[in-house]
Design a protein around this ligand. Structure first.
Ligand SMILES: Cc1cc2nc3c(=O)[nH]c(=O)nc-3n(C[C@H](O)[C@H](O)[C@H](O)COP(=O)(O)OP(=O)(O)OC[C@H]3O[C@@H](n4cnc5c(N)ncnc54)[C@H](O)[C@@H]3O)c2cc1C
Ligand code: FES
Length: 286
């Protein structure tokens, strides 16, 4: 564990408060934790035990917190044994959770945060959206999925030059945050294409002065992150990316999650779990 994490990561048993299944084996898990619901920075994750059968924990991003109810939500997709075991867990059972882990996004002073999430990269973007200050920040979320979106959606009456009456994520709508959805599949109100296609169309509507206020935050598959990095560099806007790597300890001890990062003193190996998972786009995928 590095210095900044010492004393901030807790290990606790959290009760399952709700466990909701969506299309395409996607689940939203609500867990009880006074500590995590009150001490999480957007972009942080938990390392959770999925069942008694599998000892290895699995890393999952914290999607949202409810500090009144002392709960937090995770959104995950079944991709293998661990997430399949997790999907069988029932309301009332306890899960061992270590967290919150990671560095989190730098977003406080950003006037126009643009949050781009792909698939199970959407959760940290929702976490970021939840903590924005709408008096000083003018955000837009762009979420992409090739399967049904794992949340309630609604059609809005807002229109953009590139899409009329777009569908949006109801939760972000409730929070007053504009959110556009993209997919290469045909869904009502959903832009057809990749997240970067929609983002490019949106950036074309901004003036040069407005573009200077933009910072992009993104999480999703590596292919998507590389495309977002290219877009940010073409537009000359700041960009932070959240990486996913296989993790064993998730507290900095095993070096199982290292990636090559460009630093002021040259190339260096950094641990995604405690030095990340958020990195400046210019420092990765060299
Ligand atoms: C910081 C972080 C945050 C994450 N947040 C989420 C989240 O919010 N929701 C979510 O659904 N998933 C998230 N993941 C990915 C999740 O941890 C993996 O999907 C999970 O560990 C797979 O475990 P499994 O036993 O089901 O599958 P495995 O049998 O281990 O693997 C199944 C498939 O998933 C791929 N895979 C496994 N682990 C990873 C990984 N860490 N990164 C990329 N691909 C992987 C493998 O290549 C394989 O194709 C996150 C990962 C990290 C590192
Ligand atoms: S998973 Fe052990 S150092 Fe990151």
């Amino acid at each position: 564990m590095n210095k900044s994490h010492r004393g901030s990561v807790k290990l606790e048993d959290c009760e399952i408060i709700a466990h909701k299944k969506y299309e395409a084996d996607q689940f939203v898990l609500t867990l009880a934790s006074d500590y995590i619901s009150n001490n999480t920075k957007p972009g942080q994750f938990v390392h959770a035990t999925v069942s008694e059968k599998l000892l290895m924990r699995r890393p999952i991003s914290i999607m949202s917190v409810n500090s009144k109810e002392n709960t937090f939500d995770l959104l995950y997709k079944v991709v293998g044994d661990g997430t399949r075991e997790l999907s069988k867990r029932k309301v009332g059972e306890q899960i061992s959770v270590m967290g919150p882990i990671g560095n989190g996004f730098n977003f406080d002073s950003v006037k126009r945060p643009i949050m781009i999430g792909g698939g199970v990269g959407i959760p940290p973007m929702v976490a970021l959206a939840q903590q924005l200050n709408l008096k000083t920040q003018k955000p837009l979320a762009i979420f992409g999925s090739e399967v049904e979106f794992p949340f309630e959606m609604e059609i809005t009456d807002k229109s953009y030059p590139f899409i009329e009456n777009p569908a949006t994520m109801s939760l972000l709508h409730e929070w007053g945050i504009d959110c556009l959805l993209t997919s290469n599949s045909d869904f009502q109100g959903v832009y057809k294409g990749y997240v970067t296609d929609l983002a490019r169309d949106f950036f074309n509507t901004l003036s040069a002065e407005e573009l200077k206020e933009v910072k992009i935050f993104a999480c999703g598959p590596d292919m998507m992150l590389k495309a977002v990095k290219t877009l940010a560099s073409q537009l000359n806007v700041e960009c932070e990316l959240s990486l996913e790597e296989f993790m064993a300890c998730a507290i900095g001890g095993c070096a199982g999650c290292v990636v090559e990062v460009e630093t002021e003193t040259g190339k260096s190996m950094k641990r995604v779990c405690v030095d990340g998972p958020i990195f400046d786009a210019n420092s990765i995928f060299q």
